[in-house]
Design a binder for this molecule. Structure first.
Ligand code: NAD
Ligand code: TDX
Length: 388
């Protein structure tokens, strides 16, 4: 073979990689699968991908609840591994043992307020942990086949989906939208740690040809969400007749997406996405926090009646001291994923919020189990002496 032919063959992996193709008998490493979105994703994946095997690597922090997926415990297509994404030996072993060809990376410390009081764990899990996974994938998928220029050659059948957030783009004023080309401007330790992880993930595509895709999604809500986040916290307090804390003036805006719609988008990216690409995912559903809280109050009143003192639940609303550095508005332009992959949200906010409240009403033991001692301590620390 001529030298010039050899040169020709040394094409970067990213030049080979086009759209990914359907998932079929894939071996999927899901990280953080016992958390809110991971749980919903695994339920959807078992429904939609009947021949895939799912290995769920989860450290089972306060946010991870294996009971969410108890129905798969005996299923030969499911394995729960209680471990840390930072444990390189464990992660390397899983790649080899399970012949992992797909990664869906959810594992993270995910709550902005906790990142303000204790940022260290956010750096360890969100940045170091993502680095650990990227390195493990690189070693398993292209490590042996790298040429001297560090160019991977056969990464085509693999995919690494890094699940991220719209918060990396910072805070919007009254107008405008985040697109995939908006500059990063994270403003909390949480969003800064996610931004760092996103940059690392993209760097592994450009430098090593690792087939990475990144998604940046807006605020999710739905079943299995831990009651530190706005919607489940307000539902839980409203059911218990407790005060409903609204930060600042309550006029901060979020773009809400029902969690199953997010998971459908992730499947679309896995199957039809292109390596090296970023996809924004959003609900096109902007609401002020105070509107969300009032809506929940009214729906809970409608479903179970007013408070014992005959007052409506809106009487429980309390404006409290604002979150430091509180981003004012997030809004996603999800045009790219609609155009390129044909994804659009299916669940309206009216339907989604009703479904969510119904789920919490029907699953009171789930809520009771997660608001254990450590949650009570957390709640006291965050809201006990918060003032206005
Ligand atoms: P979550 O907090 O509910 O779940 C996180 C899961 O990760 C838990 O099961 C936890 O045990 C696990 N975990 C934490 N540290 C770990 C570690 N070191 N090793 C292994 N597992 C670990 O989070 P979520 O709301 O389901 O979010 C999932 C992902 O989606 C996160 O990366 C988050 O940044 C992103 N995201 C969330 C939203 C949202 O609205 N919730 C929106 C956009 C993006
Ligand atoms: O008690 C509260 N009162 C209140 O007014 C809580 C918990 C929140 N809020 C406000 C703060 C925000 O403006 O509600 C809004 C939503 O707050 P969170 O549920 O904490 O979400 P947010 O900070 O917007 O971040 C969420 O969306 C993006 C997720 O937690 C992140 O993981 C995701 O990346």
């Amino acid at each position: 073979m001529l030298h010039s032919d050899l040169q020709f063959i040394k094409i970067r992996a990213k030049d080979f990689i086009s759209y990914m193709g359907p998932l079929f008998q894939n071996k999927i490493l899901v990280t953080g699968g016992c958390g809110f979105i991971g749980t919903n994703f695994i339920h959807l994946a078992f429904d939609r991908l009947p021949e895939c095997r799912i290995i769920n690597l989860d450290k089972l922090t306060y946010a991870g609840n294996p009971a969410n997926l108890a129905e798969y415990e005996e299923n030969s297509r499911y394995r729960l591994v209680n471990g840390d994404i930072n444990d390189r030996q464990l992660v390397d072993r899983l790649f080899v043992e399970e012949k992992i060809d797909t990664v869906v990376h959810f594992a993270a410390e995910s709550h902005v307020d906790r990142s303000i009081t204790g940022p260290g764990e956010f750096i360890r899990t969100n940045i170091d942990g993502t680095f650990s996974l990227l390195e493990a994938a690189r070693q398993a998928w292209i490590g042996q086949e790298q040429n001297q220029d560090g160019e991977g050659v056969t990464a085509k059948s693999y995919r690494f989906l890094h699940v991220s957030t719209d918060e990396v783009y910072g805070s919007l004023g009254a107008t405008g939208y985040f697109t995939e080309t908006t500059s990063y401007d994270p403003r909390s330790p949480y969003s800064a740690s996610k931004a760092a992880a996103d940059h690392l993930a993209r760097a592994y595509f450009h430098t090593y040809g690792l087939p990475v895709m990144v998604t940046n999604c807006s605020n999710n809500y739905g079943p299995y969400q831990f009651p530190e986040k706005l919607i489940p916290l307000i539902i839980n307090n409203a059911l218990q007749g407790r005060e409903l804390p609204v930060y600042g003036d309550g006029k901060n805006v979020r773009d809400w997406l029902f969690v199953t719609d997010h998971c459908q988008a992730l499947l679309a990216v896995l199957e039809k996405g292109k390596a090296g690409e970023t996809y924004n995912i959003g609900g096109n559903n902007e609401k002020q926090n105070i509107t969300i809280v009032k809506t929940i109050c009214d729906l809970v009143d409608e479903k179970i009646g007013q408070l014992e003192n005959k007052e409506p639940r809106r009487s429980l609303i309390r404006f409290v001291k604002d979150r430091p550095g509180h981003d004012r508005r997030y809004a996603i332009d999800a045009g790219k994923i609609a155009r390129k992959l044909g994804w659009q949200p299916q669940v309206s906010f009216d339907d989604g919020i009703r479904q969510t409240i119904d789920w919490y009403l029907e699953n009171r033991p789930w809520m009771e189990a997660v608001i254990d001692g450590s949650y009570k301590e957390y709640y006291k620390k965050m809201y006990g002496n918060r003032g206005i």
